[in-house]
Design a protein around this ligand. Sequence first.
Ligand SMILES: *[C@@H]1O[C@H](CO)[C@@H](O)[C@H](O)[C@H]1NC(C)=O
Ligand SMILES: *[C@@H]1O[C@H](CO)[C@@H](O)[C@H](O)[C@H]1NC(C)=O
Ligand SMILES: *[C@@H]1O[C@H](CO)[C@@H](O)[C@H](O)[C@H]1NC(C)=O
Ligand SMILES: *[C@@H]1O[C@H](CO)[C@@H](O)[C@H](O)[C@H]1NC(C)=O
Ligand SMILES: *[C@@H]1O[C@H](CO)[C@@H](O)[C@H](O)[C@H]1NC(C)=O
Ligand SMILES: *[C@@H]1O[C@H](CO)[C@@H](O)[C@H](O)[C@H]1NC(C)=O
Ligand SMILES: *[C@@H]1O[C@H](CO)[C@@H](O)[C@H](O)[C@H]1NC(C)=O
Ligand SMILES: *[C@@H]1O[C@H](CO)[C@@H](O)[C@H](O)[C@H]1NC(C)=O
Ligand SMILES: *[C@@H]1O[C@H](CO)[C@@H](O)[C@H](O)[C@H]1NC(C)=O
Ligand SMILES: *[C@@H]1O[C@H](CO)[C@@H](O)[C@H](O)[C@H]1NC(C)=O
Ligand SMILES: *[C@@H]1O[C@H](CO)[C@@H](O)[C@H](O)[C@H]1NC(C)=O
Ligand SMILES: *[C@@H]1O[C@H](CO)[C@@H](O)[C@H](O)[C@H]1NC(C)=O
Length: 417
Amino acid sequence: MFYSSVTALALLVAPAAAKTCINQTIPVYLSARQAVFDLDIPQTNLEVPDFILNQTRQGGNFTNEVLTGYNTTVGTYNISTQFCMPSSSNVTNPTVQILTHGIGFDKTYWDLSFNNYNYSYLDVATDMYQYCTLSFDRLGLGNSSHGEPLNEIQSFIEVEATAALTRMLRNGTFPGVNHTFTKTVHVGHSFGSAQTYSLANLYPNITDGIILTGFSMNSSFVPDFAAGGNFQQANLNQPLRFGNLTGTQVSSLLNMYALNLVDFLAPIDLTTLATPQNLPNGYLISSNAEANKYLFLNPKFYDPQILTLAEMTKQPVTLGELLTLGSLTMTNNFAGPVMVIDGDADLPYCGSNCTATGGVAASLAAMVSMNFPNVAAANFSSYIQPNTGHGINLHYNSTGAYKVMNEFLASKNLMST
Ligand SMILES: *[C@@H]1O[C@H](CO)[C@@H](O)[C@H](O)[C@H]1NC(C)=O
Ligand SMILES: *[C@@H]1O[C@H](CO)[C@@H](O)[C@H](O)[C@H]1NC(C)=O
Ligand SMILES: *[C@@H]1O[C@H](CO)[C@@H](O)[C@H](O)[C@H]1NC(C)=O
Ligand SMILES: *[C@@H]1O[C@H](CO)[C@@H](O)[C@H](O)[C@H]1NC(C)=O
Ligand SMILES: *[C@@H]1O[C@H](CO)[C@@H](O)[C@H](O)[C@H]1NC(C)=O
Ligand SMILES: *[C@@H]1O[C@H](CO)[C@@H](O)[C@H](O)[C@H]1NC(C)=O
Ligand SMILES: *[C@@H]1O[C@H](CO)[C@@H](O)[C@H](O)[C@H]1NC(C)=O
Ligand SMILES: *[C@@H]1O[C@H](CO)[C@@H](O)[C@H](O)[C@H]1NC(C)=O
Ligand SMILES: *[C@@H]1O[C@H](CO)[C@@H](O)[C@H](O)[C@H]1NC(C)=O
Ligand SMILES: *[C@@H]1O[C@H](CO)[C@@H](O)[C@H](O)[C@H]1NC(C)=O
Ligand SMILES: *[C@@H]1O[C@H](CO)[C@@H](O)[C@H](O)[C@H]1NC(C)=O
Ligand SMILES: *[C@@H]1O[C@H](CO)[C@@H](O)[C@H](O)[C@H]1NC(C)=O
């Protein structure tokens, strides 16, 4: 049996639990060549559209306009991770799937608690297909280290963080997991797919296969996403999560001035809320549930309650991320198996219709094969998931997509054995 230290831990977990997981924050030493941008960081909500207008203006490349050069960012950063394995398993050589979330989410995108985890990608990958999984909050977000939002938290250093975690899994130094993985596959969503694309290009020998969900190489519709988010400062939009207002402060204000509200809110104990993150200006977030729906959902094909959960748990995006989101090489060095899977109505990467290509290809997902000249035709697969928007995992038929993804990996001999 592999990883005895994890097996010992599993004994402490309630028997009803399915997958077995370890949550831990892992320090990683990183060095990354990053862009240096010269830009006034918007300081109010009203200044945010100034940036979005700049970024969505046609006929130019705003990233290039504000780029003054490159510099190396070096440091030790904390990454909040969740490593999971099947509840019971007879495999001796497990494959681990390394999962990178996109904008608007954190690692829980892969393990949505909604409807008793009926939408959990992790549950399908571990208990149905016997994979191990590593999901994590991308550097800069969630419970991972935060940073300066323009010149520090960019795509480049985030890719380095994913590469470092991958190397730890492959060389047996991943904390709490006593196993040297010989097969690692990388799965991304949206910006997480863009980062997975870059990781496979930069370090093709640390990944055995990639799945890019909610992704294409057509950047024409990214401005719809930038505009449709109606982005605001995260610290003003949800101050109890991202600002500097604590639940205890709100609670005592209500006690002083609005006793009826204390009773009205009685089921909610504001004093138990986590410490707010006090994010700086330049961490932006979609404004409300309507914007969240526009960006991620195909109307009528999701449970309205899952949008409520998505809005309560939504995550920001930094200016530096928005400026480096499209910094992708056109020709990718990777030569292993590649799948691209999109919801048929994906907004940012398909303009809400993935099969509208002007007749040049079956879909925008299929067209990504042109960017992988080293990948044999038989090793490239594209799939359009019906009745689905950009946030594939939030739709009624998300598990249908999960099966297509895991069957692809099995067909390429990347399953656990
Ligand atoms: C790790 O696994 C090896 C081989 O199964 C075993 O000899 C060793 O004791 C394990 N180490 C820990 C810390 O569990
Ligand atoms: C691990 O973190 C997830 C959220 O990412 C949470 O749902 C789960 O309960 C945690 N598990 C343990 C054992 O703390
Ligand atoms: C928008 O672009 C103008 C002109 O390039 C620049 O002066 C300004 O600083 C930019 N503002 C933001 C917030 O991006
Ligand atoms: C915009 O400029 C950046 C920085 O020079 C570059 O990496 C990116 O590829 C450019 N985007 C396009 C679509 O040309
Ligand atoms: C790069 O970083 C070094 C050290 O922090 C700094 O001295 C230098 O000015 C930076 N270069 C640019 C182009 O920002
Ligand atoms: C990482 O976490 C440790 C322990 O909580 C803390 O001391 C350290 O300051 C953190 N580092 C960063 C860069 O956030
Ligand atoms: C593992 O067990 C499953 C049934 O639970 C069986 O179908 C499969 O063949 C077994 N695999 C190995 C490698 O023994
Ligand atoms: C394993 O990989 C990590 C991350 O790259 C690295 O820091 C560490 O030195 C490596 N350990 C060994 C034993 O190779
Ligand atoms: C992977 O490639 C790097 C260079 O990018 C090289 O240093 C390393 O030895 C290679 N590792 C393996 C296992 O081939
Ligand atoms: C708390 O956040 C508000 C709004 O961003 C800001 O005006 C205020 O200065 C902050 N206070 C502290 C103590 O950081
Ligand atoms: C998507 O585009 C294709 C090709 O132009 C078209 O046949 C199809 O009707 C469009 N789908 C929708 C839902 O509009
Ligand atoms: C659910 O998704 C699977 C995989 O794409 C597909 O075969 C099936 O037809 C879908 N079901 C519905 C009801 O759309």
